[in-house]
Design a protein. Structure first.
Length: 495
């Protein structure tokens, strides 16, 4: 029936009402269909408005394209939303009490909030609709970007909207903002400086941050994100959707948080800055995506970061350096043709970093002596080649490296006490490189295999966990390396 009614509308047959937008467009329709779908039109046609009995009605503040979209949704239950139309569609759906379309438009904006909030139509939304968006639990975008959207909205009409700023800031949740971002941006924001209530709110948030610092007596722990594990059937693996922590002092395991559902069966790369864990999640199937997240340990909150400058499908590297998060490479290759990028938490922005001077395959990265080192192989060589990046200038240089041919070309790298350790992704062999002396150092081998395992540095020691044995069984042991004695010991069993 809906299909037939839609065909009648498009052909103009039996149409008995013309909706005229204020930009000169006209949309034809049938009173009974519009009334059945929208209480606004129902009331209009039942003499609650002066338009009753007219063959045409003037529709204010709704462009023709949006009016067509609303009418199409009424007849078909479908709407093709775009960045250009979605805010006006939301406003129109709210105005006409078209609940289904309003929910569809709202969901679109929430999923694309970073882009939608930068549009001209966004700053024209009424305050109650803005509050509805920024308080919706489905909005996972980081609070810095939401704060910036609120500031743009208030700044569009300061004279009439300044009064709403304190309430909007409370809805944003300033305590979830990065501390460096607060000091860099909020302390000097003119809209906040002109509002005593907003200043008082900012003072409370800064005091809360300071109190957290004073009370931060937690010991450092190792955090493991996701992975695979056995459940009831030792022959069947399941995807682990939690972040687990291990305290080497108390030798206790615990669950830190659940991973967002969209991280299921994706490639995860992560690093940490203070109490924030930065994770980049990517996949090619069933839908291509690459999303950066931040998990705040203090507030137990996951938030998505602004979109990255480059799409990366899998096996890239994420590393924290100089208070920023660097993302490099793609599909195990650090290419001289693909730029790297970095995220600055203080300014909530991604910026591109020049690509390296040469391509490295099967590469790995490590931070040592406040420089980023990338290690891998060129196409014509099976010897390790090393590049380094200076974070002050984001410039690359090739490092002089004595000849070294590892037994296997796949390895992890990590830095402890100014040495970069090369730990094979299979086998137990370990080597170390001294970037200051430009020499290789012998290191004791692992006690077992950790093929495709993960590692981190904690309290001056290397912890390597998970992975598989040579027989492809999951490795249960967590091994710890003590640099002072050059020994590996089993520190724990996986949870």
């Amino acid at each position: 029936v809906l299909q037939a009614l839609g065909d009648l509308r498009l052909s103009g047959r039996y149409a008995n009402i013309s909706l005229c937008s204020d930009d000169g467009g006209v949309v034809e329709g049938h009173r009974v269909v519009l009334a059945a779908a929208c209480p606004y039109f129902d009331a209009m046609f039942l003499r609650e408005f002066e338009e009753e009995g007219k063959q045409s009605i003037d529709i204010q503040e709704v462009p023709t394209q949006t009016l067509k979209l609303v009418t199409e949704f009424v007849y078909s239950g479908k709407a093709v939303l775009t960045e250009e139309l979605v805010e006006t569609a939301l406003h129109a759906a709210d105005m006409y009490a078209c609940a289904d379309l309003e929910e569809k438009a709202k969901s679109y904006i929430l999923q694309n909030f970073f882009w939608a909030s930068d549009s001209e139509d966004f700053v024209c939304l009424p305050c109650d609709m803005l509050i509805s968006l920024i308080t919706d639990k489905r909005l996972t975008l980081n609070r810095e970007s939401i704060y910036e959207a609120v500031i743009r909205w208030v700044g569009h009409d300061t004279q009439n909207r300044q009064q709403f700023l304190p309430d909007l800031l409370e809805k944003v949740g300033l305590h979830l903002l990065n501390e460096g971002y607060i000091m860099t941006n909020l302390d000097s924001e003119p809209l906040i400086l002109r509002s005593n209530r907003a200043l008082a709110l900012l003072a409370q948030v800064k005091k809360r941050l300071w109190d957290h610092k004073k009370d931060a007596c937690m010991e450092d722990v190792m955090v493991i994100l996701g992975g695979s594990g056995y459940e009831d059937d030792p022959m069947k693996l399941h995807v682990v959707m939690t972040m687990d922590w291990y305290n080497p002092v108390s030798r206790r395991w615990g669950i830190l948080a659940k991973l967002p559902p969209s991280m299921y069966d994706t490639c995860l790369m992560a690093d940490a800055i203070d109490s924030d864990i930065y994770v980049v999640s990517a996949a090619e199937e069933p839908v291509k995506f690459c999303v950066a997240w931040r998990y705040n340990v203090v507030n137990n909150a996951w938030m998505t970061l602004p979109p990255m400058t480059q799409y990366r499908q899998a096996y890239f590297k994420v590393v924290a350096l100089n208070g920023q998060v660097y993302v490099l490479g793609n599909d195990r290759v650090l290419s001289h043709q693909q730029p790297c990028e970095k995220y600055n938490p203080n300014y909530n922005v991604w910026t591109t970093v020049d690509p390296p001077p040469k391509t490295l395959k099967k590469f790995s990265v490590a931070v040592c002596n406040n420089r980023l080192f990338a290690m891998g192989f060129s196409a014509a060589s099976d010897e390790v080649e090393i590049l380094s990046l200076d974070p002050k200038t984001d410039t690359w240089q090739e490092e002089y490296t004595p000849s070294f041919k590892p037994r296997r070309k796949s390895f992890h790298t990590i830095c402890v006490r100014n040495l970069i350790y090369f730990i094979g992704m299979s086998g137990s062999k370990v080597d170390a490189y001294d970037p200051e002396k430009h020499e290789w150092v012998k290191v004791a081998p692992l006690n077992g295999d950790h093929w495709m395992g993960a590692m981190t540095v904690l309290n001056g020691k290397i912890f390597i966990c998970g992975g598989r044995s040579r027989q492809r069984y999951l490795t249960e042991n967590v091994e710890c390396y003590y640099p002072e004695s050059d020994k590996w010991r089993v520190a724990a069993e996986m949870p």
